[in-house]
Design a protein around this ligand. Sequence first.
Ligand code: ADP
Ligand code: MG
Length: 530
Amino acid sequence: MSDASILSDTDRTTGRDALRKNIQAALALSGAIRSTLGPRGLDKLLIDDTGRTLTTNDGVTVLETAKVEHPVAKMLINASSVQDKIARDGTTTTVLISAEMLNNAWHLVTQGVHPSMIARGYRMAEEFCRTELPTFTIDAAKEDLLVATKTALAGKSHEAMRAHLARISVEAAEIIIDTRSGVTIADPTRVKVLSQSGGVVTDSQLVTGLVLAKKRILEAMPKKIGAGKVLLINGGIERRSMASEMKLKVTSPGILQSFRDKEIEMLMQQVKHLQSLGVTLLACKEGIDDDIRSALNEAGIQAFRRVAREDLDLLARGCGATLLYDVKGATASDLGVFIESRNEMWNGVAHWIVDTEEGGATFIARGSTTDVLGEVERCFADALGVACQLLEEPLLLAGGGATQVALARKLRRYAETIPGREQLAVEAFADALEIIPRVLAENAGLDPINTLLEVVASQSNANDDVSHHFGLDVNTRSPANMIENGVLEPLRITRQAISGATEAAVSILRIDDVLWAKADATAPDLPDMD
Ligand code: ADP
Ligand code: MG
């Protein structure tokens, strides 16, 4: 079969043409979020298919909500999602740098440099950045944690909320920090988020322990129990539903009743088993039969049902318990321990709070509408992510484009030492990093080129040991020592943004053949490229 007939159902773009279209798509995407970068970034109003609206300043939210069809645009969105997962912040930065790398690559391609040569140069530049970055860092002191989380929230929402959430996120990170293995681990997923509509954002609070909006299964059970053992069941303690699972041949009047008695007896045996193991707290993902509730209470067990799987997982981690499918096979080693378990009414809603040895904390998000709540959750997640990163790797870089400008200056000197055409790619990479100060300036209503020149000049006029601290402070609208001005970013975020952006740009540069299925061969309208 010939090539043409195999591909009869596809539109095919190859070589330079494919690259040009792909780069256009990347630029269209970065153009869509460019205006959200930095504290002076603007909000976007997002509207989904059902007409629901959401205002946000968060690049990754814009991208993940937008219905983007273009495969290359999707690759960039993916890079930004990866950044969000690994570093929690720097998502807009990643996309902007990556798209700019591609834009600059296109200029080289038109001058006859092969994309694979550019890809190689980009990789060299990225490696150079990774080795240089640690020389730019300052050690993060305890009070810097708060400053850096505030930088992460710059431009999001209003000042009171930022200050409040930054403080809470640092507290939360300090609760969940785990140093037992000798290395510091601060895993943000150990903080549970419980959203409650009503109240104002600054009512959001942190509670130590795990909080669930749940009520014990029987009022008669004690509200509060002290230290004890817990069993977690990823199922229920219920009678089987007869209709769906079995056929019973009823030959005499008492048979049904005796069958039911037998089933209850089996459940009662499970209660006895729990008692013999010394269980005092029980949580099940599914139901707990009405007929054994009193028996559980008499056995001294406080019990909760319909507990979400995520919450069971958090409980399992906090208590050191194994999640089992049913009670029957439970052994002493499956149990976990807790310090206290209590039911409390908050604003008329029952809450269950479990304190465990392993800490764990719950962030109670408050806000008047679901949109506000969503924004509170996102801001908290960002701030917590940054706080956790800094506890794990307490190294900071100057923000406001300072680090990118300093890297660009060093990269240009490095480029001079490279004999081949990769030199041009390393220079293009350096130019691409400068998109950050340029867009920060643009969003602050400043002239991007003049501002960049001023920042570069301020770095070259400063002493060598602090030159890389000079960036654009959009609050004062002029170049400044960003460390002194408290605009700080974790090393890990900036490093990951550069690596992720390079990774995406390089994979896009390597594509030289795009096959579009004819059914959706509608490539989106793309901006012109010069
Ligand atoms: P991202 O999604 O990439 O995190 P943001 O919109 O959060 O994008 O913007 C982050 C950028 O804003 C960083 O480069 C950070 O250094 C910069 N920034 C924060 N505060 C200031 C400030 N006061 N002046 C200049 N830049 C700032
Ligand atoms: Mg950010």
